[in-house]
Design a protein around this ligand. Sequence first.
Ligand SMILES: [Zn+2]
Length: 305
Amino acid sequence: MANFVIEYAAMDNRGAAIRASGVVLTPIDCRRCGYNLYGLPADGPCPECGLDVWDSIVYTVDPATSGLPRVRNPGVVGDCLLWLMVFLATASLLLVVRPLAHWVDAMDPAGVGSLAGSIPSWLGLVAGLIGLAGLVCVKRLAPPAGEEPGSSVWRDVRRLGAGLAGWSILILAAWILEFAGAPRWAILALWPGIAAAAVAGLVGLRGVLGTIGLRSRDYRTARGGRQGIRAMIAATIGLAAGQVLRLVAEAMELEWLSTLGVVATSICTLMVVIGLGYLVVNAWWIRRSLRSPPPRLEEILGPPG
Ligand SMILES: [Zn+2]
């Protein structure tokens, strides 16, 4: 009940008066039994199951969302958030294909498998370009130019953009090095930079999701299906650490250290890929809420007659 009072207070100051005298103006369903509450007084019970009509109204209105300022251009923000996540997941998957092929080859006891050899080398190029394309989406997540320049939204969007730009450029640099036949250590040495850029971008993404995601009840209240960005940051750091371990192991010719590096890299890669999959789903939820936000209290309740 206390929770309900807080939600109600956040919902609308005029709510108390409307509740006392108002009736339900639109066909909404009882939250418990599904009975159509149209025309019933807001202050009474559901005739079928006895649940307070007000309870169903509060659920339909989603006070936590209604209390927030509406996002300008919610359709574009929802689309761009979803596209950004799809781009990030696709780019990461492209980068994972070759290490995965190497791993499959290594599992082959005969050692004749050459799956990795058949993977095209331009995947890194495409991944970097997809990352750069994602910058268009990031730009459109921000409020219109000149508005709220000092706000936390702008700060988060700038971090996200800078991180994604740095990540894409370093991925492209790695591809160019490989194309030019640079030694493997030179490519592996880029990894701390790639990870640092990814972490910067993830910190920005965390802020953006925190701000925009509040408007989605699915995202706000999800326990299992909501991807934590901290776990993504940890996995990214672990991934880079694994690559550095492999570099050190190669220089010192330590077989066990190399194995440790490969295991750390594999586990963290898996975590990142799964995490990005969840983020696509989360972005889908948020997009859905932005495109069809819950109704406002005054749209549901009004004076009788
Ligand atoms: Zn009912």
